[in-house]
Design a protein around this ligand. Structure first.
Ligand code: GLN
Length: 247
């Protein structure tokens, strides 16, 4: 049976606005696709063997948790970066997404050094960027919408060669200015979207599973599933945002 090893980083610290639901969706869809998902929760101080990890998931966190997690990961960024370059799949939401970059400066002016895995930096703005969001995601051709919920003080700016995950149709995205949302680098996906994101965006869930299978040289064919319920949730979110289309 096909197997994917998922390292879930700091579930006790990084879990905002339903982020844990991403793991539930990942588990359930893997089961439907006939994939054995082995989840390894990692808390501060635990060992992380990045070469054993197929898919790494990190949720969002308050500034204080972000600081704690950054401390714990400090000495491990080289190993993480090496695995990323080799194709390890990473899915990071909000605070963790910020952590993948160079730094995050909080509203109090505290600079939290990032892991330098992708080329971006984040600075807290005056107010928080809160609300439902819809983006046109460029992972597929033709593009497909992703729907989620964002709540962040940080404004993220991507380096010149880093691709965004998508363009904002409704909401704020990376910084509320340039209409970009999230970032994609190799098999790394970073995003501000909580929600949880994956239950309402089954295409993205399958994309993560497929990338993890490919990374570990396993058969990456996924059968078509009945996504009518997930699609209803997706369409309802698009309607709520005042956009009347769903691709
Ligand atoms: N602390 C970060 C911010 O406010 C991340 C918050 C989050 O993960 N939702 O920008």
């Amino acid at each position: 049976m096909r197997e994917i090893k998922v390292y879930h980083l700091y579930p006790g610290h990084l879990n905002l606005y339903g982020d844990r639901g991403n793991m539930l969706a990942l588990c359930r869809r893997a089961e439907w696709h006939g994939i054995n998902l082995k989840i390894i929760p990692v808390e501060p101080g635990n060992k992380i063997n990045f070469s054993d990890c197929d898919l790494l998931f990190m949720g969002g966190g308050q500034d204080s948790d972000q600081k704690l997690v950054a401390e714990d990961l400090k000495g491990r960024s080289r190993d993480m970066k090496k695995a990323v370059e080799e194709g390890m799949v990473v899915f990071a939401v909000c605070g963790s997404y910020q952590l993948l970059g160079h730094y995050y400066t909080t509203g109090q002016g505290v600079k939290i050094n990032g892991l330098e895995v992708i080329d971006l930096y984040t600075k807290a703005g005056q107010g928080r960027l809160i609300g439902n969001a819809v983006i046109e995601c460029s992972l597929w051709d033709p593009p497909h919408t992703l729907v989620g919920f964002e709540n962040h003080a940080g404004k993220t700016f991507l380096g010149p060669d880093l691709q965004p995950l998508g363009q904002v149709l409704s909401g704020f995205g990376n910084n509320g200015i340039d209409k970009t949302e999230g970032a994609v680098y190799k098999n790394v996906i970073g995003t501000y979207l909580h929600g949880a994101l994956l239950p309402k965006n089954p295409r993205l869930t399958d994309c993560l599973l497929q990338n993890a299978l490919t990374y570990k040289n396993q058969d990456d064919t996924l059968q078509e599933l009945d996504d009518s319920l997930e699609q209803q949730a997706h369409s309802a979110a698009i309607k709520l945002a005042g956009l009347h289309r769903s691709k």
